[in-house]
Design a protein around this ligand. Structure first.
Ligand SMILES: Cc1ncc(COP(=O)(O)O)c(C=O)c1O
Length: 353
């Protein structure tokens, strides 16, 4: 791995692994990838060796930047005149930033009223055109695919674009390099099911290249109100506090099912209360302020520990997919508001815990 300060970004660092990217494509980068693997302080409950892959430290604050760097590099090589995607927010924020960097106009189809404020702010600030569609993410993605068929000059940068998963698989390569081996389990939130598919592919490549002896078991975690992979059927009106994974018809569902089966893994669902308990724990006990969807990975892992699915002593990586600042309203709602205190030393001293 390159020394700090000289990290060239995903396309340049992994070009040999990105088989689907045309050879002459530029290496567009905002410095994505090379994210920290942070050992857990208490979240492993003294039972497992737990590490967090902290994807909130990517340039726009989520794992989407890995795939976006590759997809937009590919779009430039293909001569695209603009980018379009549907999004629960993080893809939008990432597309807006990488589009701005590439000098390409970006159109974002978002489920009106269901995107966290931080993500909206990022997209607006980067100058993207936002379309608020009625209906959820699934309807927005279907509409974008239809619109793109009428406008072949635009590149679709959703995870149905194969370059997105190519970019996202690099996180698995990093995990193996950082741990020195593959973990026993990888816990990861699942929405559209692209990221878990990408990790499966990346770990497979590490094993084929002899860098890991085995494939980790994949633990795909969904919110109970949006759990089509667990139920084995689409969910028509998905609902969860974790808006990033509020998806009822995962576009990569079949690929994800195959990846999880090949790893002898499992999908499971957790309640919104479990997600929010993990969300608070991550911030208050680990110092990792991740967004609610990311906390699903820890909530699911705790479930799997309690049921004995994940054995004592296992080495586990939980992916924290996005930064907590993405959803400031959620944090403020759950936390205590500032107490009014006079601006004197005595008053502050009297207010100390
Ligand atoms: C923060 C966050 N976590 C998890 C996911 C789920 O990833 P995927 O849709 O690839 O399953 C998303 C998708 O938008 C996300 O934004």
């Amino acid at each position: 791995m390159n020394p700090p300060g000289r990290w060239p970004g995903i396309v340049a660092a992994f070009r040999h692994e990105l088989g689907l990217l045309p050879a002459g494509a530029p290496a567009l980068s905002l410095g994505e990838g090379n994210t920290p693997l942070v050992p857990a302080r208490r979240a492993g409950r003294g039972q497992i060796d737990l590490h967090f892959k902290w994807e909130g430290s990517n340039p726009t604050g989520s794992f989407k930047d890995r795939g976006m760097a590759v997809a937009v590099s590919g779009a430039i090589a293909a001569g695209a005149r603009g980018l379009i995607c549907a999004s629960t927010g993080n893809t939008a924020a990432s597309a807006a930033a990488y589009g701005a960097r590439a000098g390409l106009p970006v159109t974002l189809a978002i489920p009106a009223g269901h995107v966290a404020q931080g993500k909206l702010a990022q997209a607006v600030a980067c100058g993207a055109v936002l379309l608020g569609l009625d209906g959820g993410f699934d309807a927005a993605l279907a509409a974008v695919r239809e619109a793109a068929a009428l406008r072949p000059d635009l590149a679709v940068v959703n995870s149905v674009n194969p370059l997105r998963l190519e970019g996202q698989k690099t996180a698995a390569h990093e995990v193996v390099a950082q741990l020195g081996r593959a973990p026993d389990w990888l816990a990861i939130p699942v929405g559209n099911a692209g990221n878990i598919t990408a990790y499966g592919r990346g770990f497979d490549e590490c094993r084929a290249a002899g860098r890991a002896a085995a494939q980790p078991r994949l633990l795909g975690v969904q919110a109970a109100g949006a759990a089509p992979m667990v139920r084995g059927a689409p969910v028509d009106a998905p609902e969860t506090v974790a808006t990033a994974i509020r998806i009822g018809r995962p576009a990569s569902g079949d690929l994800a099912r195959a990846a999880v089966a090949a790893s002898d893994g499992r999908f499971l669902a957790v309640s919104d209360d479990e997600i929010l308990a993990a969300y608070r724990f991550l911030a208050q006990e680990e110092g990792l302020f991740a967004e609610p969807a990311s906390a699903a990975s820890l909530a699911g892992l705790w479930r799997a520990l309690e049921s004995g699915l994940v054995a004592q002593g296992a080495t586990v990586v939980a992916v924290l997919t996005g930064h907590g600042l993405k959803d400031p309203e959620r944090a403020v709602t759950l936390g205590a508001a500032p107490r009014p205190v006079a601006a004197t030393g005595a008053a502050v001293a009297a207010a100390l815990p």
